[in-house]
Design a protein around this ligand. Structure first.
Ligand code: SAM
Ligand code: SF4
Length: 329
């Protein structure tokens, strides 16, 4: 369906948990968050029901995220449940990759169409430090396991940090040279702990990569579900993408809403509030009532985020105060 600004909303990011097996410095506090009790998290049946109602409003693509979605028990079952809903055309997953190798067979056989693995560095020590304890080898094994399925789209997401060695970006982007994989650089957004870190912007990363790989071929439009713009370096199998919410705001073409693990349908990452679908479901609401609430939230999607900080006090009051892992990144 279209929102009040005429944007077609067809994509829902669904957070399945606020828990994680890593503690990335810009996403989670060192000792973790106080996890939401299990009974406050949507069940698989509740998530599937919301997706099914979403289809009647024009949602056709679902991304499962978190927290770390693969720490949720039996996550591949949920992939299958959603993929079987008539009208759902794509189910994808965003993961840190640590548990991917163990789950990939079931995920793919249950219909997962694409997977994004988040890796910010290929240096073992830096990875350990950024994730506060993660093992790079496990994440890389997850990627290689995913690449064994030719029908699966595999992407790498990296949040480049200011001050990080630029050689790191070159190494990461270089993964797309011999592999059918897209490597995307995501600008740090001032959400939660991300406010404390300066991310490196698109222009800087692209300049570094051009110096290393030469002049890339440009793609004029966007590819895939989202706001990434892509280039392809000479001789590369995969593409290099940029998701630059700060330096190249893309709100005018935003096509997504978010469902938190506790059942709040959020129209925009930066804004708090949204529709409490869990409450409705657990109070016994009919599909029609849930649909009405989803429709109202989608229609009322704000025009844009205000990551530039140019905001009034009244606007700021409406802003999200949760961390990325709690919202669902
Ligand atoms: N645990 C999974 C993972 O790491 O892919 C899924 C959830 S994680 C919150 C999703 C993505 O959000 C990751 O790629 C992570 O790097 C990114 N992220 C977290 N905080 C961010 C921030 N403040 N700005 C931009 N991206 C952020
Ligand atoms: Fe966990 Fe993903 Fe956040 Fe890292 S970015 S702490 S892996 S939820």
């Amino acid at each position: 369906m279209q929102d009040q600004h005429g944007r077609m909303i067809e994509y829902m990011r669904v957070s399945v948990t606020d828990r994680c097996n890593l503690r990335c410095v810009y996403c989670m506090p060192e000792n973790g968050i106080t996890s939401v009790p299990h009974n406050e998290i949507l069940t698989f049946d509740e998530i599937s029901r919301i997706c099914r109602i979403g289809v009647s409003l024009g949602i056709s693509r679902i991304k499962l995220t978190g927290g770390e979605p693969l720490v949720r028990k039996d996550l591949p079952e949920l992939v299958g449940m959603i993929r079987r809903i008539q009208g759902i055309e794509q189910v994808s997953l965003t993961t840190n990759g640590i548990l991917l190798k163990d789950n990939i067979n079931k995920l793919v056989s249950n219909g997962m169409d694409s997977v994004n693995v988040s890796i910010d560095t290929l240096d073992e020590q830096s990875y350990f430090e950024t994730t506060r304890g993660g093992g790079l080898a496990e994440a890389l094994e997850g990627i290689e396991a995913a690449l064994k399925f030719p029908e699966l789209a595999v992407k790498i997401n990296c949040v480049p940090l200011e001050g990080q060695s630029q050689e790191e970006w070159v190494r990461l982007a270089g993964l797309a040279r011999d592999r059918k994989i897209d490597v995307r650089f995501i600008e740090m957004m001032p959400i939660g702990f991300g406010k404390q870190y300066a991310g490196a912007g698109q222009e800087k990363v692209l300049k570094t990569l051009k110096n290393a790989f030469g002049e890339p071929e440009q793609y004029s439009g966007r590819l895939g579900n989202g706001p990434a713009v892509y280039v392809q370096f000479p001789g590369f199998r995969g593409r290099t993408g940029f998701i630059s919410a700060v330096s190249h705001q893309f709100c005018s073409t935003c096509n997504r809403v978010r469902l938190t693990s506790t059942g709040i349908l959020k129209p925009c990452l930066q804004y708090g509030g949204g529709a409490d679908l869990r409450k409705l479901i657990r109070e016994g609401a009919e599909d029609s009532e849930i649909r009405k609430n989803m429709e109202k939230t989608i229609y009322g999607k704000p025009a844009a985020h205000h990551f530039d900080g140019k905001i009034s006090a009244a606007e700021e009051e409406n802003f999200e105060t949760k961390d990325m892992s709690q919202i669902g990144g």
